[in-house]
Design a protein around this ligand. Structure first.
Ligand code: ZN
Length: 234
């Protein structure tokens, strides 16, 4: 299972999820959690936003696929249904969020991966899907999904069974902090220089009051040094 703030290649990410993540939105993969791929880069195709200092993610729905009949999907409303009548990924996530809002089910569990730069992804951890709506982006209707960052569950069934009100919330590391740290540490573990299995590590842990918002409190560590450090702290 991926650890929060782990840095992955696209290939690693697909291996972890046991599928080829061709699409950005993947509802209930293998019947369990869903996977969303996000990006807040300037040239990103969608307007994903991190809010409340990293506790909330507002994820934009996705467009019609580009086809000869729809050469410019960016001028069309984002679809809720497929031509055959079944729901699109937008429709599935929307339905799940509305079911939760109506109190009919627990929130869906979502794992979010963020594209930092070409070939470099960061695992942003587990989120709950708690709301969804359609809004105008100025010229058309787009879906928005509200996701709340939650603490890493021991396993998936535990996360699903946990009552929503008892869930501990957390903050994700902002993208600009991750990019600055990556640059500063040269894409290498600060302890041994390894470039494999890297993580963004909180120098003072989040659980001990360390911030996710400052470059000075985040460093790159390989899996081994990350484990050694957490063993020392506990
Ligand atoms: Zn190391």
């Amino acid at each position: 299972m991926a650890a929060e703030n782990e840095i992955l290649s696209y290939f690693d990410m697909c291996q972890r999820e046991g599928t080829s993540l061709q699409r950005g939105m993947n509802f209930r993969l293998h019947g369990g959690h869903s996977v969303l791929l996000m990006s807040v880069r300037r040239n990103a195709p969608y307007q994903d936003k991190v809010r409340d200092d990293g506790a909330v993610l507002i994820y934009e729905g996705h467009d019609h696929p580009r086809t000869p009949e729809t050469p410019n999907p960016k001028i069309l409303d984002q679809p809720e249904f497929l031509p055959g009548g079944g729901p699109t990924e937008n429709g599935k996530f929307h339905h799940a969020a509305q079911e939760f809002k109506a109190g009919r089910k627990a929130p869906d569990l979502i794992r979010v991966y963020e594209k930092l730069r070409k070939g470099i992804w960061s695992y942003n951890g587990f989120f709950h899907l708690v709301d969804s709506w359609l809004q105008s982006d100025g010229s058309r209707q787009v879906f928005r999904f509200r996701l709340e960052a939650i603490e890493e569950a021991q396993d998936e069934s535990a996360a699903v069974d946990t009552l929503y009100r008892e869930v501990k919330h957390r903050r994700i590391i902002p993208t600009h902090v991750k990019l600055e740290v990556w640059q500063r540490d040269g894409g290498k573990c600060t302890m041994c220089g390894s470039t494999n299995e890297l993580h963004f590590d909180h120098i003072l842990p989040y659980s001990k009051g360390g911030t996710s918002l400052k470059v000075e409190n985040i460093q790159l560590l390989c899996a081994r040094h990350n484990l050694l450090k957490s063993a020392r702290i506990e």
